[in-house]
Design a protein around this ligand. Structure first.
Ligand SMILES: NC(=O)c1ccc[n+]([C@@H]2O[C@H](COP(=O)([O-])OP(=O)(O)OC[C@H]3O[C@@H](n4cnc5c(N)ncnc54)[C@H](OP(=O)(O)O)[C@@H]3O)[C@@H](O)[C@H]2O)c1
Length: 239
């Protein structure tokens, strides 16, 4: 492990992957602030707090409540939206809707950007730290072979661009920091549930397995890799 994770923040800790990440970190002895809309901890070792990433005042207030406890080593944004009432991945351009696009961008791009705005200042300046946002392989323009999923793909591509700019800016004030986007693989959660039928069993990870892989990837990253997108197996994904 190139850096000690004494204190971590998981945003979206009520989610399948976010919850598993928070639990895995706590099991390793990390003090974990587990933030979610409901503010309920799924594990007694977690310190629960509330956040709504579509409400900047809520993001600022979550950061304010953590700041007095001192700097943190790791911030993971594990929120995301693929389907919801009135929002579903579009199979064709004929299904595009401005309202659905707004929802995708609000949760998958603007929200994580505003989390960065309020939480990057909580990172230690004088030692290795990491800010990671969960993205998706389908956000890669170069890897897009099937088309469709316009809003989700575009919002994740935007997230990857935001992470790149954050990495460049963060390097000036926090030279040892790493800022990356991570693809967790296909993971059995509510988000992927409607799309799991055609996924072979050995390609559908449990949230716990995904968390273990992602923490291994995080542990191997260095500042020279900041700004990039990495998959669960450590491979880099093209923009
Ligand atoms: N599962 C996969 O196969 C897969 C594949 C590629 C990428 N990913 C990415 O991995 C990340 C985690 O996905 P998951 O599979 O763990 O999904 P999930 O179980 O559906 O979790 C999504 C999380 O996002 C939170 N969230 C949504 N809108 C929010 C808001 N406005 N404010 C605060 N929290 C909000 C949800 O909170 P509530 O509990 O309050 O709804 C929930 O905690 C996402 O970015 C997703 O795109 C997942």
């Amino acid at each position: 492990m190139p850096f000690e994770i004494e204190r971590a923040i998981v945003v979206g800790a009520s989610g399948g992957i976010g919850g598993a990440l928070a639990t895995a970190l706590a099991r390793n002895g990390t003090t974990v602030q587990a933030l979610s809309r409901r503010g309920v901890a799924t594990d007694p070792r977690l310190v629960a707090g509330t956040i709504d990433i579509e409400d900047e005042a809520s993001i600022a207030s979550a950061a304010d409540s953590i700041r007095p406890e001192g700097p943190v080593d790791l911030v993971v944004v594990a929120t995301g939206l693929l389907h919801a009432e009135g929002v579903a991945p579009e199979k064709s351009y004929r299904h595009l809707s401005a309202a659905a696009f707004e929802r995708y961008f609000s949760v998958n791009a603007t929200g994580p950007a505003l989390v960065a705005k309020h939480f990057l200042p909580l990172l230690h300046r004088d030692r290795p730290t990491l800010f990671a946002a969960l993205s998706a392989r389908v956000g890669s323009i170069g890897d897009n072979r099937l088309g469709g999923w316009y809003g989700y793909r575009a919002s994740k591509a935007a997230l990857n661009m935001i992470v790149k700019s954050l990495a460049i800016e963060l390097a000036r004030s926090h030279p040892q920091a790493v800022c990356v986007a991570l693809h967790p693989g296909t993971v059995a959660t509510d988000l992927s549930q409607p799309f799991q039928k055609r996924v072979p069993a050995d390609k559908l990870f449990s949230p716990g397995a995904a968390a273990t892989s992602l923490l291994e990837v995080i542990a191997g990253l260095s500042a020279s890799q900041s700004g990039c997108v990495f998959a669960w197996d450590g491979s880099e994904i093209e923009p």
